[in-house]
Ligand binder design. Structure first.
Ligand code: NAD
Length: 418
């Protein structure tokens, strides 16, 4: 069955799981069970294009494990989406939910499409058809999608509407990350970035580097990158370089974060700002700094550039930004890596709050959401850092072991069906 998921992302997810699983005394058979997803759905979605032609898009929904609760995971629209990548991301979601102690299992979905090349109407028709195709396996108590790369609150609104129309009544908790007006949570938009900033601050404090002249570099200035930068500014931590798909800017004295965010809000690029030296994304990764935060694509730190990094620590905001080989090199060089399943879990945590609010039809204030998020991020950070220190292992391995262990214990309690 493994050949179904053949891809570098899936092989790497399995390898990481094995590294952690070897150190955990899990039961016989559980390893294989955890390496393979529980359920995988492949759908083809025909869409009427604006020019009258019909185009068929491939879509996936992979449900990895539900030992801890209903499946939960984002939906990605990207031309390179394939079943292996979706399966890898679904597995990572399972460990992330376990680590954050949320009552969810891991899932992920995706469509192989470049959303930038579709009109608004085509995107809506594609989303509605994909939702109709995966409808038999999703539900507010079964599997709850959310945004990921290439999808946004508007896409979630269409999913919610399609699902609700099929039921005949409104079901807000079918998705998270939807607009606030139709049941989204206040504080969801900024949750991942704020969480990344809290983790960066905790890492600096814990490892004795929280000084006035700390320098942070951020790759990617979209949802996660901008809110990370804004929260770091609030915490009095200097951001010296940021980048987006066009390249970056660097100023060792610090960048005016608010002005840069404003440029991006107006659909501009960070290089439109004149307040720093223009640099490439590769140059940005090699800047001398205290904390490097990759907040764009996966696999950007790899065997060919890991030797060039001049940061003291990496806080992974993107999903899978470091390949296994890149990770090994960073470890040998003594660069601390705070893994994605810890650092970027803020969005998942507030998605959980959104789901709870929807089920109860009782909505929290932004302050309550922010306070609860901060508490959970900080306690999870301490849990991982303490465990890593006690076991003398990297934080990535510690985070994975804690996440997997919780799922394995739940699975053991539930036993084997039938
Ligand atoms: P986004 O689309 O809002 O922003 C992505 C940013 O990356 C943009 O600034 C874009 O210009 C930049 N970018 C794209 N290609 C690039 C390249 N080749 N080099 C450098 N920069 C490039 O996406 P986002 O929601 O901010 O997500 C960023 C990362 O964080 C993704 O890996 C995503 O999976 C992960 N993540 C996001 C959330 C969330 O809640 N949004 C939660 C967990 C993890």
């Amino acid at each position: 069955m493994y050949e179904l998921f053949d891809s570098p992302a899936y092989s790497e997810a399995v390898m990481q799981f094995r590294r952690a699983g070897e150190r955990l005394a899990t039961d016989d058979g559980l390893e294989e069970r955890f390496e393979l997803p529980q359920r995988t759905l492949v759908v083809s979605c025909p869409v009427r294009m604006d020019d009258g032609t019909q185009k068929v898009f491939s879509g996936y929904r992979v449900q990895h494990n539900q030992a801890l609760g209903p499946y939960k995971g984002g939906i990605r629209y990207h031309p390179e989406v394939d079943m292996g990548e979706v399966a890898a991301l679904a597995m990572t979601m399972t460990w992330k939910c376990g680590l954050a102690e949320l009552p969810f299992g891991g899932a992920k979905g995706g469509i192989a499409v470049d959303p930038g090349k579709l009109s608004e109407g085509e995107l809506e028709r594609l989303t509605r058809r994909y939702t109709a195709e995966i409808l038999p396996i999703i539900g507010p108590n079964e599997d709850i999608p959310a945004p990921d790369l290439g999808t946004n609150p508007q896409v979630m609104a269409w999913i919610m509407d399609t699902y609700s129309m099929s039921k005949g009544f409104t079901v807000p908790s079918i998705v998270t990350g939807k607009p606030v007006l139709i049941g989204g949570s206040l504080g969801r938009e900024e949750a991942t970035g704020f969480g990344v900033a809290y983790v960066a601050e905790d890492t600096l404090e814990r490892f004795g580097k929280r000084t006035a002249d700390v320098k942070v570099v951020i790759q990617g200035f979209g949802n996660v990158g901008t809110y990370t930068a804004l929260k770091l500014r609030d915490l009095g931590i200097k951001v010296v370089a940021v980048s987006d798909v066009r390249g970056g800017i660097y100023n060792p004295d610090g960048l005016p974060v608010e002005e840069l965010v404003e440029i991006v809000r107006r659909k501009g690029f960070v290089t439109d700002h004149g307040g720093g030296d223009k640099i490439t994304n590769e140059e940005l990764l090699a800047l001398e700094c205290d904390v490097l935060i990759p907040a764009a694509l996966g696999r950007v730190i790899h065997k060919d550039n890991a030797q060039k990094l001049k940061c003291k620590m990496v806080v992974e905001a993107a999903n899978n930004p470091t390949t296994a080989e890149g990770d090994d090199i960073l470890r040998e060089r003594g660069i601390l890596v705070v893994p994605d399943i810890l650092a970027n879990s803020g969005g998942l945590i507030v998605s959980y709050f959104e789901w709870v609010q929807g089920l109860q039809e009782y909505y929290w204030s932004r302050e309550v959401v922010h306070d609860e998020l901060k508490k959970r991020m900080k306690s999870t950070f301490i849990k991982v850092a303490d465990f890593a220190e006690k076991e003398k292992i990297p934080m990535r391995l510690a985070a994975l072991m804690l996440g997997i262990d919780r799922v394995a214990r739940a699975k053991k309690l539930r036993g084997l069906y039938p």
